[in-house]
Design a protein around this ligand. Structure first.
Ligand SMILES: Cc1cc2nc3c(=O)[nH]c(=O)nc-3n(C[C@H](O)[C@H](O)[C@H](O)COP(=O)(O)OP(=O)(O)OC[C@H]3O[C@@H](n4cnc5c(N)ncnc54)[C@H](O)[C@@H]3O)c2cc1C
Length: 501
């Protein structure tokens, strides 16, 4: 067993760096394991990343954050899912909700029964069975209730928040729990004989030695990529978007809807993320199909209020580092890889890395088996999310631009091709290993993008058709009724976040 750690250095103070610092300081004893975070104000952070997914609640709970305090500090709002507009074809919309569609009937999955009823025209639209989709449509929100047999128990939610405020909020907590922050630009790295990182040196001449390093240096991937030379696997052939332009604007008439909106455009897509005090907007696009000038013009002509700043351009590549943990260094956040923000998964990937690191790190820096396992699990995490994202672009009937024709006809990764083949034949859905997205997510996006199976899973025949149809009708009825009785999202924000209208 390797020696216990005495000092961990985190390079970078963006969302990833401060999430790592706060979680490590909360779990480890900072009197015996020192934690130092180095960041450079001159370099700055990416500063976007405003939409999240439900697992963030577990992360905040690990830190012991009070939800109301968190919402106030980050100017946060609730998120029940994502509305996709113009994705299947121009003029269409669908909702990818958190939570579940209906409930499984014992061993018979909900989707099997729904697909069978859909094929004979006896099912309501899919969204009618989702409390999150129904509540989002009505602008309503509440936290889930504990009782099992009630649609309100199936509310799943996450947050929209100001990423810079979230990093600041976590910084305050982390410093309180013993993390030392060091301002300054790292200009060189000292390596041991075996190539492990021994110390980082700052522009000021200061040297910081440690036995473990967490690279949260952003797209540059300073330690893992530049110093340790771990190559980048480029996934641009499937996810060609490589630019974004972002601008916040004043809240418009639609106000603080409890969901993210993603609107497909000719060569990319646009996000709308309502916070308490503004709306975050951005256009993600492929530079070989759209110029920066055209992207900026398109974005500015499709925002609901006055811009609150100059548009900011960001460049990225879809893909991941071949390994996430190399020697005594783990990369988190953009330093480990990037998948475009279509399903708001980046902050989750940071969290997933931290959770796994915490399982292995306290042993004393990780054994070779730990490192192999970490790299394997994180690779699967990235790849299953990648395939889910590809689905949105590939399963479309849009053919109005070269961009959409290219994506619609591209060859997809084998695992996704297999999943589509199984689903098209039988409607069967499954969750691969520990993958993030549930059957609810796959069903919402597959159906929403216009892919429906030819048949249904025969397990549905375990329930007589008339009984199944009656049960489906009852679920849709109680779901609609429960959503209509929920408080408004505005009321939730007033009560939970003490927000002034
Ligand atoms: C267009 C876009 C939209 C996004 N939207 C979402 C979203 O809705 N939801 C979501 O979950 N995620 C989203 N993300 C991803 C999210 O922004 C990032 O995952 C998150 O901000 C984490 O960034 P980071 O901390 O890894 O890197 P950064 O924010 O880039 O931070 C890097 C840090 O490293 C420091 N640093 C770098 N080099 C040095 C050096 N040599 N010396 C000292 N310090 C150094 C910098 O000063 C900085 O503090 C989005 C990303 C993009 C590009």
């Amino acid at each position: 067993m390797s020696a216990p750690l005495s000092h961990i250095v985190i390079v970078g103070g963006g969302t990833a760096g401060w999430m790592a610092a706060a979680a490590l300081a909360r779990v480890l004893d900072t009197r015996t394991i020192a934690i130092t975070l180095v960041e450079s104000e001159a370099i700055g952070t990416v500063g976007v990343g405003e939409a999240t997914i439900p697992p963030i609640q577990a992360f905040n709970a690990l830190l012991g954050l009070d939800e109301s305090e968190f919402l106030r500090a980050t100017r946060g709002t609730a998120k029940l899912g994502i509305e996709f507009v113009d994705w299947r074809a121009q003029g269409t919309r669908y909702f990818h909700p958190f939570g579940t569609h209906g409930v499984d009937f014992g061993a018979i999955p909900f989707e099997a029964v729904w697909q069978r009823a859909r094929l004979t025209g006896k099912a309501a639209p899919l969204e009618a069975y989702s409390i999150c989709a129904e509540a989002a449509r009505l602008g309503r929100f509440q936290r889930p209730v504990a009782s099992g047999n009630n649609p309100l128990a199936h509310i799943g939610y996450a947050y929209h928040f100001d990423a810079a405020l979230y990093a600041g909020f976590l910084r305050e907590k982390a410093e309180h729990w013993g993390v030392r922050r060091q301002e300054g630009r790292i200009v060189s790295v000292e390596q041991a004989e075996d190539g492990a990182i021994a110390a980082v040196a700052l522009e000021s001449g200061a040297r910081i030695g440690a036995d473990f390093f967490i690279d949260c240096s952003g797209f540059r991937s300073y330690l893992l990529g530049d110093i340790l030379g771990v190559p980048f696997e480029d996934w641009g052939r499937w996810l060609p978007n490589d630019r974004a332009v972002a601008v916040p604007c004043a809240l418009g008439p639609e106000g603080r809807s409890p969901f993210t909106r993603s609107t497909a455009r000719g060569a990319g897509w646009q996000w709308r993320i309502p916070l308490q005090h503004r709306v975050g907007n951005g256009l993600v696009y492929a530079s070989d199909h759209c110029t920066d000038v055209a992207a900026e013009t398109l974005l500015l002509s499709n925002i609901e209020g006055a811009p609150l700043g100059e548009p900011r351009f960001l460049r990225f590549r879809a893909g991941r580092r071949a390994r996430f943990w190399e020697k005594n260094c783990v990369a988190l956040g953009l330093a480990s890889g990037f998948l475009e923000p279509l399903e708001s998964t980046s902050i989750h990937l940071v969290q997933a890395g931290i959770a796994r690191l915490l399982e292995m790190l306290p042993v004393g820096g990780g054994t070779p088996a730990d490192i192999r396992r970490y790299n394997r699990l994180m690779a699967t995490e990235f790849e299953t999310i990648r395939d889910f994202l590809i689905l949105h672009f590939h399963a479309t009937s849009r053919g109005d631009t070269d961009y959409w024709r290219r994506l619609r006809t591209m060859a997809v990764p084998d695992a996704l091709a297999e999943r589509l083949e199984i689903y098209r034949a039988s409607g069967r859905l499954y969750r691969e290993a520990d993958e993030l997205f549930s059957k609810t997510s796959w069903l919402a996006v597959l159906h929403g993008q216009g892919i429906d199976p030819r048949g249904y899973d025969p397990i549905a025949d375990g329930m007589p058709r008339d009984e199944a149809e009656a049960r489906l009708a009852r679920i849709a009825e109680v779901t609609g009724l429960a959503a209509s009785r929920m408080p408004s999202h505005a009321a939730f924000l007033r009560d939970a976040a003490a927000m002034q209208a």
